[in-house]
Design a protein around this ligand. Structure first.
Ligand code: FA5
Ligand code: MG
Length: 450
């Protein structure tokens, strides 16, 4: 019962996704312009930069150890996306401000981890000799709008398991993993890695199931494997660039995920800044135990494919991946890693919209899932802009926030930066779209425009 789509999708009784019908309810918030991306499958499109990036990373996870998969249908149950992974009931990721729901029990997956339990179950099969897998898929999130965030993006998930038969000691188990670690190529790249492998509170050893030495071995194998992915990516990117590139720098930082402990994120130094490229960790043993493989331990990771493709091909705006403009697509038609040549940057045009929040709503981040007073959430603003403006917005920023000293009412001002990647916007075009945003804010959020 969010205010945002009071009159959009759920007036329909069902939402159709490629011939499958999902009955709508008060959770439904997946709009047509988001659903229209399902059929694009750009990661399967020959010579698309995402496809090339996927293939390059998959080459680092070869058979027979790993199988490389894709999952082309993005609708999953809340059980798959959240419950199977141990997301607590009040986790913000479950909120309607963050996730696209088809109905209460069905979502557009927000991450490829939604398939972990299914893939582990599949590995519990003697005919399947694979010890690990990668899986690439489109994922969907209500999120910020800027040059590195888009509501539809792609992840590659990967995992590697080791059998630990009953009777095997922790020392033997760790030694087997170290032996596989020794087989991984070493590299001379600078890696910042200041933290111990486990932290007693934030990233505890799963001491009921694992020994410290096993986890040390698992994390070493995980880190080396993923560092090598970036060593490969950077060597390909440098070959493609005609100018000398800064040397690759990597950094491991502590993280939290409900389904791994310890958890880590990897950042890459790129264009003067640290860019988060993936999350990973030691798989929670309960998840493996519940997925038919209680005799195995292992690690998993999930990386953002666009983030990596952007640095590989030097692509400056995440919207470009969806472009069907020949000036974009034709640059990659040889299937080679090349540096993207911008085909002229069209002028930007920014417009501000300022409004008073209705007295019932407060601006905040901790939005509740359903029911109760609905706070005004940043992501609701983003969704309205996406609905009205489609892909002609480069970014949206909150530029002013103000509480009236007498009435206590709150006013927000957002700056919308309009820029098309494919043509020069006319004044009329921008004005019409901006007017639509204003009207939609008033009608669906009940704000008072200033
Ligand atoms: C996850 O989604 C976890 N499922 C990753 C994981 C898998 C952890 C397995 C442990 C084990 P996160 O929300 O941080 O984590 O997203 C993973 C990566 O996706 C990020 O590092 C980033 O590269 C990319 N990403 C996240 N949000 C966006 C977005 N809106 N647009 C583009 N890329 C994004
Ligand atoms: Mg993250």
């Amino acid at each position: 019962k969010s205010t945002i789509d009071a009159k959009s999708p759920q007036e329909e009784k069902v939402t159709n996704v490629e011939g499958k019908a999902y009955p709508t309810d008060h959770w439904t918030n997946a709009p047509p312009n988001i659903l229209s991306h399902v059929q694009r499958r750009i990661y399967l499109q020959e010579n698309h930069p995402l496809h090339l990036t996927r293939k390059l990373i998959e080459s680092q996870f070869p058979a027979p150890t790993y199988g490389n998969y894709t999952e082309s249908f993005p609708v999953v149950s809340t059980e798959q996306n959240f419950d199977s992974l141990g997301f607590p009931p009040d986790h913000p990721g479950r909120s309607r401000t963050d996730t696209y729901y088809l109905n209460e029990k069905t979502v557009l997956r927000t991450h490829t981890s939604a398939h972990q339990a299914d893939y582990f179950r599949r590995m519990n099969n003697d005919a399947n000799k694979e010890e690990g897998y990668t899986v690439v898929a489109d994922v969907y999130r209500r999120d910020a709008i800027d040059r590195s965030h888009y509501p539809v993006f792609h992840q590659m998930e990967g995992a590697r398991l080791w059998e630990r038969p009953e009777g095997m000691t922790a020392t033997e188990s760790a030694a087997r993993i170290w032996k596989d670690f020794e087989k991984l190529p070493s590299h001379g790249v600078e890696v910042e890695d200041p933290n111990p492998v486990t932290h007693p509170v934030r990233n505890p050893l799963q001491s009921k199931y694992h020994s410290q030495e096993e986890v040390e071995a698992l994390v070493a194998h995980l880190k080396r494997t993923l560092e090598n992915v970036f060593v490969k990516i950077f060597s390909e990117a440098s070959k493609a660039a005609n100018t000398p590139q800064d040397p690759l720098k990597l950094r491991w930082v502590e993280a939290y995920f409900p389904f791994t402990s310890p958890s880590l994120e990897l950042e890459v130094f790129w264009q003067g800044d640290w860019l988060e490229v993936l999350g990973c960790g030691v798989i929670k043993q309960d998840l493996l135990n519940n997925s038919g493989v209680p005799g195995r331990i292992g690690w998993a990771f999930g990386l953002g494919l666009e983030r990596i493709a952007m640095l590989l091909f030097n692509i400056p705006d995440i919207r470009l991946f969806w472009s069907t403009d020949a000036r974009f697509i034709s640059q990659f038609s040889d299937g080679k890693i090349v540096q993207f040549q911008p085909f002229s940057k069209y002028p930007e045009c920014y417009k501000d919209v300022a409004f008073w929040l209705s007295s019932a709503s407060t601006s905040g981040t901790g939005a509740s899932a359903a029911g109760g007073a609905v706070p005004f959430h940043d992501n609701d603003m983003m969704e309205i802009v996406r609905n009205c403006a489609k892909d002609i917005v480069e970014d949206v920023k909150l530029v002013d926030e103000f509480v009236h000293p007498k009435t206590g009412r709150k006013s927000l001002c957002y700056r919308i930066n309009y820029r098309s990647l494919e043509h020069t916007l006319t004044n009329k075009e921008v004005n019409d779209v901006h007017e639509k945003v204003r009207t939609s804010l008033k009608e669906s959020m009940g704000v008072e425009l200033r």
